[in-house]
Design a protein around this ligand. Structure first.
Ligand SMILES: C[S@@+](CC[C@H](N)C(=O)[O-])C[C@H]1O[C@@H](n2cnc3c(N)ncnc32)[C@H](O)[C@@H]1O
Length: 226
């Protein structure tokens, strides 16, 4: 697979770690995490975080395509450079939409997990296009389960709900109408502050059986049989 290594891509990653003063003015995230997402899945001696460029993840070996802050090993998730059965936990958060073959990545996660180990997989359903470094597809919980590669599904749900979807699309739509980068940044700031209270409605909507019609990101907890 040939990957773009342009300055644009580098800048995209840098914004994730930037600590510039104006970040203090940025609105809160339009997302509210589902409080029911976390389950009691302990970390072990070895745990794997896939795709954490720009993030320090305590307790995990962090692999990514790019050697940026926080990354321990440069590797492609399609071919994990580890022997079978070594990891107690594997975290794959917002990565599957960026890989050419998510089924192959799921098979690799299954392979490197230790028996009894847990994998936590999160993927977008209704979310704007975003390249890291590509953006190939979206997922439903059933679509994720279909790729679970023999792992048992122990929990599933929506990490971020319909209100998050509405806010992120309104923000993107407003920015589409504006020709200049500075205007887009301004609109993001103003609209972001106006829209962020919407996210609290997701606390109600997480309980609705229809939340999945326009859920933002879904999650699965998977366990490798003993
Ligand atoms: C949207 S970011 C996810 C970041 C992080 N999990 C989070 O939620 O903040 C996707 C990450 O996956 C990485 N990535 C994309 N394709 C990959 C692959 N084939 N193997 C390993 N990492 C990959 C990207 O470089 C990027 O850092």
């Amino acid at each position: 697979m040939s990957l773009p290594q342009s300055g644009d891509l580098q800048r995209l990653y840098e914004t994730r770690t930037s600590s510039r003063w104006y970040r203090a003015l940025l609105p809160p995230d339009p997302f509210l995490m589902n409080p029911r997402e976390n389950i009691d899945a302990p970390l072990g001696r070895w745990n794997l975080y896939i795709g954490g460029a720009g993030t320090r993840v305590e307790g995990y070996i962090n692999i990514d395509l790019f050697l940026l802050a926080g990354v321990d090993i440069v590797a492609d998730a399609h071919r994990l450079p580890f022997r079978a059965g070594v990891f107690t936990r594997v975290e794959c958060d917002a990565v599957l939409e960026h890989v050419a073959c998510p089924e192959q990545v799921m098979r690799e996660i299954q392979r490197v997990l230790a028996p009894g180990g847990f994998a936590h997989v999160v993927a977008p359903f209704c979310h704007p296009f975003h390249e890291y470094p590509r953006d190939y597809r979206r997922f439903t919980p059933d679509g994720l389960k279909q790729m679970s590669a023999g792992l048992e599904v122990v929990a599933e749900g929506w990490r971020t709900g319909p209100s998050a979807t509405l806010s992120v699309f309104l923000l993107e739509y407003a920015k589409l109408l504006l020709p200049w980068r500075a205007w887009r940044a301004f609109a993001h700031g103003v609209l972001g502050w106006l829209l962020f209270p919407l996210r609290y409605l997701d606390l109600l909507l997480f309980r609705s059986p229809y939340a999945g019609r326009m859920g933002n990101h879904c999650y699965l907890w998977l366990r490798k049989p003993e």
